[in-house]
Ligand binder design. Structure first.
Ligand SMILES: [Fe+2]
Length: 193
């Protein structure tokens, strides 16, 4: 029987996935105009980058090295993150608003069903999972704030439109009144003659 840990593939997937997430979140940090979004992204990107390195380090300690996997979605995520789309659109496109499942099951629930995981790797996985869930909560909270702000902006612009419409109606009423007076003034001498 091979000594190769049965969970090596999992460690590799985490190392590659986390490094990729660090790359696209960093590209987003560079273009976001919003300091609140930037602060959240910095925390999450820092964790992702550290996870990528720590899992690569653990794979190395176990006697192996990270195998890069072809990820067709990565180039697309980089494009979205560095684009001039709004932060709200990016959250939705990248699916970062859906990572937090609250009390519901998530992708990490089955990790420790593998009872052969060694202690050091288990420690690393435990911290990783707790940080991922916390990042998911932070991103969801950030998304909800962005959505609420976008809703407020929509409402504000509607009330602005209504105000300018009222001003136009007032001006129109004044113009009609002026016209009426002019027509009346002209009509009086005509009927008097
Ligand atoms: Fe992650």
């Amino acid at each position: 029987m091979s000594d190769k840990p049965s969970y090596l593939g999992l460690l590799n997937a985490i190392a590659v996935g986390e490094s990729g997430a660090h790359a696209y979140l960093t590209a987003w940090i560079e273009v976001t105009p919003d300091p609140d979004v930037r602060a959240v992204l910095r925390t999450v990107a820092g964790r992702e980058g550290e996870h990528g390195m720590s899992f690569a380090k653990r794979i190395n300690e176990l006697g192996y090295s990270v195998r890069d996997k072809e990820d067709p979605g990565f180039a697309k995520r980089m494009r979205v993150a560095g684009s001039d789309r709004t932060d709200l659109e990016k959250m939705e496109k990248l699916g970062l608003n859906r990572l937090d499942t609250g009390e519901g099951p998530d992708v990490f629930d089955d990790v420790f069903k593998n009872h052969s995981i060694d202690i050091r790797t288990g420690e690393l996985l435990g911290r990783y999972i707790a940080e991922e869930r916390d990042s998911a909560r932070m991103l969801r909270c950030c998304y909800e704030q962005l959505k609420a702000r976008a809703g407020q902006r929509g409402a504000t612009s509607r009330s602005d439109q209504l105000e300018s419409l009222e001003a136009k109606v007032d001006a129109l009423c004044r113009a009609v009144e002026d016209l009426r007076q002019i027509v009346c003034a002209q009509a009086v001498p005509a009927s008097a003659s």
